[in-house]
Design a protein around this ligand. Structure first.
Ligand code: TRP
Length: 445
């Protein structure tokens, strides 16, 4: 096999992993989930869940990849035997499913950058904007063209390789993302009425907390940290064995939480300043926000900056969702990178067609009471990813435990006083908790 690529250093890895973590999940999903689950109360629970499960599992995934220096399927097989290899394959498959609906929302975002620039969203009436959003997403091919253009950028980056493609893109785009995010947040917080939104976001309303709040927080944490499908495992496989894992995992998580908090402080104040409903679901980003932007001084600039921000976040995440599959076909089947990227891209695009059409032509068709888009989103987010995370925790906590402790301490070169606590969490805390979200997500509890 040709020399395997790796990151140029710690900064490159942290930027790439943060690029994976910070995505539509932080900007599009987090604020409305927080809105639905009682603002500040959700926030506290979310932080607890991230500390308790997010960071330990993130460490576990990176560690498995780093120890094996291989794609997810080979990594699990090398460390745990043939049958565990299936866990890696499951992750690779999950990646295709996630990307098939992820690029549709990313395509909408790309379209909305264009709409804002051309002044097409210039209405402050949510009903008008909801109509526009509907007309656009129902169109048989227009959203697919945008998704296709977005996918081509993802594929081109992946084809350039780990360092020249993935790392280089993230090193430029992630700092840019944070600059945009901070500038937008500062601007928005100075609007009259913005503090209402801040209060809503930060004041805990424990009466809105139910068991569903906990499972929503866990699912959001896994989605946001890109866990459970071998994404962080693959990025970890390009990491040097000398890096301090708890430190890198905490940095990635810190950046991810910071961006989610900033997004909450950006989006909820906008919603409140203009008197809209914070719990308006997925349409929050594409309907409520443009209506608020239209009311705002410099609204076009702000709206455009916002959708560019969303686009960058989606791009760096989408890149990471496909990399496990790319590394698998390159390493196991010996394909060249450009060829792999082309084939994976074609499969992904084909899968995204029904996801897009489920807003239009196929909108009447239901499976298990859901349209196709909702069904694949639900299957990936509520079943396949928790399942992947559960199996990873069991693997690291029970099958590979002794080596895992050594791997955490860089083969004894680092002192890791928290290693036993971490291992306990992998053994006894994470598996039951994840099983619980799996079952409650399926409505079985
Ligand atoms: N974490 C990203 C977000 O918040 C999405 C993402 C990227 C992802 N890679 C993943 C989700 C792997 C699940 C698994 O938008």
């Amino acid at each position: 096999m040709a020399m395997r690529e790796n990151w140029s250093g710690r900064f490159g890895f942290i930027m790439a992993a943060a690029g994976s973590a910070i995505g539509l999940g932080n900007i599009w999903r987090f604020p409305y989930i927080a809105g639905e689950h009682g603002g500040g109360a959700f926030l506290l629970i979310y932080l607890g869940v991230v500390l308790l499960f997010g960071i330990p599992l993130l460490m576990a995934e990176i560690m498995v990849g780093r120890a094996a220096q291989r794609n997810p399927a080979t990594a699990f097989r090398l460390l745990g035997g043939r049958r565990w290899g299936l866990v890696g394959l499951l992750g690779i498959l999950t990646g295709f499913i996630i990307l098939s609906f992820y690029i549709i929302v990313a395509g909408w975002t790309l379209a909305y950058v264009g709409f804002t620039v051309r002044g097409l969203l210039d209405s402050s009436d949510p009903a008008v904007l909801a109509g526009q959003f509907d007309t656009f997403t129902r169109h048989p091919w227009s959203p697919l063209v945008y998704a296709g253009v977005f996918l081509i950028v993802v594929l081109a980056t992946l084809a350039s390789g780990v360092r020249a493609g993935i790392e280089r893109a993230n090193k430029v785009l992630m700092p840019l993302l944070f600059i945009l995010l901070v500038l937008l947040t500062i601007y928005v917080l100075r609007l009259p009425g913005a503090m209402e939104g801040v209060r809503f976001f930060l004041t805990p309303d424990f009466s809105a907390v139910t068991t569903a709040t906990f499972s929503a927080a866990l699912a959001q944490a896994f989605f946001s940290l890109s866990l459970g499908m071998g994404c962080m495992l693959t990025y970890g496989s390009y990491l040097s064995r000398d890096e301090n894992l708890p430190f890198t995992a905490a940095s990635i998580t810190g950046l991810d939480i910071a961006s989610s908090l900033l997004c909450g402080l950006l989006i909820l104040p906008v919603v409140f300043a203009f008197g809209f409903d914070p719990a308006s679901g997925p349409g929050l980003t594409f309907v409520t926000l443009p209506a608020a932007f239209a009311n705002m001084p410099m609204g076009t600039v702000v709206g455009c900056a916002f959708f560019v921000l969303l686009l960058i976040a989606a791009l760096t995440s989408a890149i990471s969702i496909l990399e496990p599959a790319v590394s698998y076909f390159v390493e196991v089947h010996g394909w060249t990178r450009p060829r792999t990227v082309a084939v994976c891209g074609a499969v992904c695009f084909a899968l995204s067609v029904p996801a897009s059409l489920s807003f239009g032509l196929l909108s009447g068709h239901r499976l298990f009471g859901m349209d196709y888009f909702t069904l694949v989103d639900f299957t990936a987010t509520n079943i396949l990813m928790p399942l992947g995370a559960l199996l990873t925790a069991i693997f690291v906590g029970w099958v590979w435990a002794r080596q895992a402790r050594l791997a955490l301490a860089n083969d004894g070169r680092l002192h890791q006083p928290w290693a036993p606590v971490w291992l306990l969490s992998m053994r006894f805390v994470a598996p039951p908790a994840i099983t619980w979200i799996l079952l409650s997500g399926l409505g079985l509890l």
